[in-house]
Design a protein around this ligand. Structure first.
Ligand SMILES: [Zn+2]
Length: 211
């Protein structure tokens, strides 16, 4: 069971609370007492508490906030929780199943973050692969390119077929790289696959689409 007041006390120092809502403690850890509103620095701020040597007021962080703002215990916890960004479920007593639910949600957040990181790694790998293939194909295309001036009669038909196949592949890879980078290029693939990089990555990851 989470002990909310203890959790707040472990996260927030009395020095920070006093400095934020009252005044910065001096080097001797002293401030003017906000309980009896004295002129001298009679209040010691240390070890999780304030203590006044004159009026003997003694508060922890929650008590100090209650006193400074005239709040109830729970209201003071809520204020600290919000002001110091603790994000704790203050203000209600949690049932066992609610605590389980919180733990489950936390585990889900962690799992989702890991899945997201994994996905980014895979997407990176795919993009690098596309770029590598693009460069390779550019090299193949220039190697297969018929020398000029082109003499139609001496052209090897198989080589020409291979050349056009690679040219087509080069267009595909260029479009793929552009689209994954977020550039909008209109072409036949835009109509069949779409231009949403997320969808394309999804299909590449699942193997539904091959580079
Ligand atoms: Zn005092």
């Amino acid at each position: 069971m989470i002990n909310l007041p203890e959790e707040l006390k472990s996260r927030i120092s009395i020095e920070d609370v006093v400095a934020r809502y009252w005044e910065e403690p001096n080097r001797a850890h002293r401030v003017k007492c906000f309980a009896h509103n004295g002129k001298d620095r009679n209040m010691l701020v240390k070890n999780g508490f304030v203590y006044c040597f004159v009026c003997e007021a003694r508060f922890d962080i929650i008590g100090a906030v209650q006193h400074l703002f005239g709040l109830s215990f729970i209201q003071a916890c809520e204020k600290l929780n919000i002001d110091f960004d603790c994000g704790l479920p203050v203000g209600k007593k949690l049932t066992r199943s609610e605590i389980e639910e919180l733990k489950r949600a936390e585990a889900q957040r962690i799992a989702a973050r890991q899945a997201e990181e994994n996905r980014k790694r895979i997407e990176n790998k795919i993009f690098i692969n596309v770029c590598d293939e693009l460069h390779l194909t550019q090299a193949i295309v220039s190697a297969l390119e018929p020398s000029k001036p082109i003499d139609i009669d001496t052209l090897d038909e198989e080589l020409i077929d291979a050349y056009f196949a690679q040219l087509k592949r080069l267009e595909w890879l260029e479009w793929l790289a552009d689209t994954l980078l977020g550039y909008d290029t209109d072409c036949e693939w835009t109509y069949t696959i779409g231009a949403d990089p997320h969808v394309i990555y999804e299909r590449l990851i699942s193997g539904d689409l091959t580079i």
